[in-house]
Ligand binder design. Structure first.
Ligand code: NI
Length: 175
């Protein structure tokens, strides 16, 4: 496995739409494993391929707590096929928006259809933080960051600070 550099906003590659994978083959499995290693080191609970500069529809997640066994989820071509009517608000963060957090409202539960690491089609019903995280990661595949759900005023404040941090070389995340 290999640790990959994580892109930090503002970066035009984070605003691009990712393309579906034809099938989950050895190359995509390797990408999934490299993304998981990168996510665990960061550390984070979710990562989407465009965040490591790969414009493919691949995401990984692991919401296991510190004292729990790892529970990695690897998804290719994830697609939300159902969302609940009720919403939930979470204080979200993102490895591509380091050190900034904001409340985002999304559907409280969702059903996601995806290809797993063995190229098998699966469906997963998610609620709570997992539902939020899946929606956040799929947003990345559309070129959408959590800050795009905020008012332009709030978003611009965060983007200005990130740009300033990049220029001064502050922040430990490689761009
Ligand atoms: Ni993110």
């Amino acid at each position: 496995m290999a640790q990959l550099p994580i892109l930090v906003a503002p970066d035009p590659r984070l605003a691009k739409k990712s393309l579906p994978v034809a099938a989950v083959d050895a190359e995509i499995r390797q990408l999934m494993d490299d993304m998981l290693e990168t996510m665990y080191i960061a550390p984070g609970i979710g990562l989407a391929a465009p965040q490591v500069g790969v414009l493919k529809r691949v995401i990984v997640l692991d919401l296991a707590g510190e004292d729990e066994a790892p529970a990695p989820l690897r998804m290719a071509n994830p697609e939300i096929v159902w969302v609940s009517d009720d919403d939930a608000e979470y204080n979200e963060g993102c490895l591509s928006v380091p050190e900034h957090y904001a409340d985002v409202v999304r559907p409280a539960a969702c059903r996601v259809k995806y290809l797993d690491e063995n190229n098998v089609q699966r469906e997963l019903d998610a609620e709570g933080l997992l539902a939020t995280c899946i929606q956040h990661e799929i947003d990345h595949l559309e070129g959408v960051l959590f800050i795009d759900h905020l008012t332009s005023l709030k978003r611009n404040i965060i983007l200005r600070k990130l740009l300033k941090a990049k220029k001064t070389g502050a922040g430990g995340v490689p761009a």
